[in-house]
Design a protein around this ligand. Structure first.
Ligand code: KG4
Ligand code: ZN
Length: 351
């Protein structure tokens, strides 16, 4: 079936058309083909504010949605021909910024009414979780029997979650952050270092030039016998380090060491807890997703730590950050189970 999907939960407006098939049982993983995928990023609009401004995000989504729609559907015959083939409209209902979510939901409702198509809400976090299924190299076919049970780690700007998965459809959340998400810690540390928003890519770049062993930042909760995380203390330690070493952020070498040491502390905690979860569950694979999963150093670290034991899957680099294609995947996987979310914004939706 063909899905038109819409994502507006934060600062990316995105529309995709995805062909989905299979996946009717847990043994048969669904297959997806992305036919169109457009993302209009608002980063430049929010950058001067150092973070996402909800009402600005809404205004930009309202402006961008019809533009992206026209790029995909065109008008007249082209528009009608494509609508004839669309089977389902999917839209993110949460988690996210409420005004931003509503802009996508209202747009989707209007399209559904006008074209007489079914509408399904989707969970943004399920989108990240399932994004590894999209856009795989030809011949790189996934087999459920080789991949499950699995441990999934979602690392984004708003969430840090560990899931234990029996199969693609059945999971249990075993841990999450108690305060800041890891992406949020990147963004806040970047701001302390005078780097631009979003901080993740900036810190990753800077960390490549630094020595991760120079500053021994704390590894919060690393030895707690649970799967929860805490990253706000790590950010505070960076702030404290800067306050007790005045002017150090002006020395490029020292700044790179801070970035590298911060990143090493964050990876140590992520890897330690994830490793324990893999070991305790007997998982065959690790699924890492969310905006932070684009980080090359993180990918190398997880491959090095777990690649010999389990298969480590990451989404295609183009699909780590927010996008509508992953929303089509999430809605389809609910659809084949006869489930969907109501088209109502749920800012605090979780897994
Ligand atoms: O998944 P995402 O696009 O949006 C949310 O659902 O939150 O994640 C955005 C987060 C931001 O905090 C951003 O700084 C972080 O992902 N990020 C990175 C990198 N690129 C983006 N973090 C670390 N390294 C990166 N290269
Ligand atoms: Zn996201």
């Amino acid at each position: 079936m063909k899905i038109l999907s819409i994502e507006t939960s934060c600062d990316e407006t995105s529309l995709a058309v995805v062909e989905a098939k299979g996946g009717r049982t847990p043994f048969d993983l669904p297959q997806f083909r992305i036919e169109k995928s457009l993302v209009a990023s608002q980063i430049n609009i929010h950058r001067p504010f150092g973070g996402v401004v909800p009402n600005l995000a809404k205004r930009e989504h309202l402006k961008n949605l019809p533009i992206l729609y026209n790029q995909i559907f065109g008008t007249g015959n082209k528009e009608k021909t494509l609508w004839d083939k669309i089977d389902l409209i999917a839209v993110t209902v949460g988690p996210g910024l409420e005004p931003a979510l509503w802009s996508g939901i209202e747009f989707a409702k209007e399209l559904a009414k006008r074209n007489n198509k079914p509408l399904a809400g989707a969970n943004h976090l399920e989108g990240h979780l399932y994004s590894f299924l999209l856009k795989r190299a030809a011949g790189n076919k996934l087999k459920a029997s080789e991949s499950f049970p699995a441990i999934a780690l979602i690392v984004s700007g708003g969430h840090t979650i560990l899931l234990q998965m029996d199969n693609l459809y059945r999971w249990r959340k075993i841990g999450e952050t108690r305060d800041d998400a890891v992406g949020e810690a990147y963004d806040k540390v970047a701001r302390l270092l005078g780097l631009e928003y979003p901080g993740g890519p900036e810190i990753e770049k800077l960390a490549r030039l630094g020595n991760p062993k120079v500053i021994d930042f704390p590894r919060p909760m690393i030895y707690h016998r649970n799967y929860d995380f805490s990253f706000s203390g790590l950010k505070t330690s960076v702030r404290y380090y800067l306050a007790t070493h005045p002017g150090i952020e002006k020395k490029p070498g020292a700044k790179a060491d801070i970035a590298a040491s911060f990143q090493a502390a964050a990876f140590d905690v992520l890897s330690h807890k994830t490793g324990r979860a893999i070991y305790a569950s007997g998982a065959k694979s690790l699924l890492v997703s969310g905006g932070v999963s684009i980080n090359k150093a993180l990918r190398r670290r997880f491959q090095k730590d777990f690649g010999r034991e389990v298969k480590v899957y990451f989404p295609h680099r183009e699909l780590c950050n927010d996008n509508a294609a992953m929303i089509a995947a999430a809605s389809y996987i609910r659809f084949v189970q006869g489930k969907k979310y109501r088209p109502v914004a749920q800012a605090n939706l979780n897994m």
